[in-house]
Design a protein around this ligand. Sequence first.
Ligand SMILES: NC(=O)C1=CN([C@@H]2O[C@H](COP(=O)(O)OP(=O)(O)OC[C@H]3O[C@@H](n4cnc5c(N)ncnc54)[C@H](OP(=O)(O)O)[C@@H]3O)[C@@H](O)[C@H]2O)C=CC1
Ligand SMILES: CC(C)CCC[C@@H](C)[C@H]1CC[C@H]2C3=C(CC[C@]12C)[C@@]1(C)CCC(=O)[C@@H](C)[C@@H]1CC3
Length: 342
Amino acid sequence: MSKVVLVTGANSGIGLALCERLLSQIPEGLQLCLACRNMQRAQAAHSALLASHPAAQVALLHMDTSSISSIIRAAQEVRLRYDRLDYLFLNAGIMPNPQFDVNAFFKGLFSSSVITMFATGEGILTQKDGVTPDGLQEVFATNLFGHFLLVRELEPLLCQAGQTSQLVWTSSSNAHRSAFSLEDIQHQRGTQPYSSSKYASDLLSLALNTHYNKQGLYSSVICPGFVMTNLTYSILPSFPAFLWTLLMPIFWLIRMFTNTFTLTAYNGAEALLWLFKQKPESLDPYVKYHSLTSGLGTNYTQPHKMDIDLETSESLYEKLLQLESEVRKKLMEEQEEASCRI
Ligand SMILES: NC(=O)C1=CN([C@@H]2O[C@H](COP(=O)(O)OP(=O)(O)OC[C@H]3O[C@@H](n4cnc5c(N)ncnc54)[C@H](OP(=O)(O)O)[C@@H]3O)[C@@H](O)[C@H]2O)C=CC1
Ligand SMILES: CC(C)CCC[C@@H](C)[C@H]1CC[C@H]2C3=C(CC[C@]12C)[C@@]1(C)CCC(=O)[C@@H](C)[C@@H]1CC3
């Protein structure tokens, strides 16, 4: 039976590397759907995948995870195209306008928390968030809420009798409880929307397991480690890509002390691929699966207990359901208004 796999943010970085690795390791019986915002980059990714795997079944789908109407339209299209969905990789993500605190970085270098700083980026990064046309905080909408809505919209495909399906969130070791507040789930007031959105995805994954396991749907989270992608290049915008390449020997050296420096998207996708091969019933909902690369370059996946609890995950879930009904109501009103004008 052919497995249907949908990957968001599949046109570059870790999402694209996952698609390449899936096609290499599972040459038959895979239907890949690349859900992307930028269709030019998506076309390029599609051509690259087909060049190395000419017989592969790879489809493109336009989806902007920050836009409610785009998610609803894309999900409708998925329901039309496929009669099952085995894996949904919720990978698209942004870290807009990152501010790198050079002072904190150099202080951290000579402190006992240097390894934690390199593994999580804790204490050295903040971001300036924006607001989407739907009136939501951009990082929250892109990284979390759009994906939540997508899962809700694809429920008929994901929760079918006699079959199990897997959701896999690309979270981060940058997810911290201290950055998240139930009183401000969109992180309107803070300076760490990225960390907040990733912590929220850890909580949401737990809540989804609570509510959907009975229907055969399982959710897990991974951290790809520190990977050189467009997202990380944007952290030091005045630093051209070739300078990052020049820093590689230093990064390889750091990898001797922290195996979280996976560095390439291929390595970063390790835990995603590992989860693809697991029986979802055997996975621990309180664990984040980390892609790691040893000093000698060997890739492996390691589980780490997350700093999450059931009560907070349930409260977040309730708030997301509430927000979902609000945005759906607003969308219906807008559609009615538009049809009246015609
Ligand atoms: N790189 C790293 O070190 C780490 C990355 N991660 C996470 O990995 C995931 C992938 O990032 P990475 O590969 O590093 O970075 P990239 O920037 O290469 O990939 C991000 C992907 O998300 C897509 N995307 C962004 N915004 C939207 C949107 N509104 N709608 C649809 N797609 C969107 C991008 O598409 P587009 O071409 O349209 O911009 C792109 O395909 C992210 O969730 C990130 O937070 C986690 C930990 C570490
Ligand atoms: C230029 C200097 C010599 C080196 C600068 C290094 C930092 C820019 C990186 C060190 C650890 C990195 C890191 C991330 C971003 C870049 C660093 C701060 C992340 C926060 C990127 C996004 C994630 O989700 C985290 C898992 C990363 C953790 C490590």
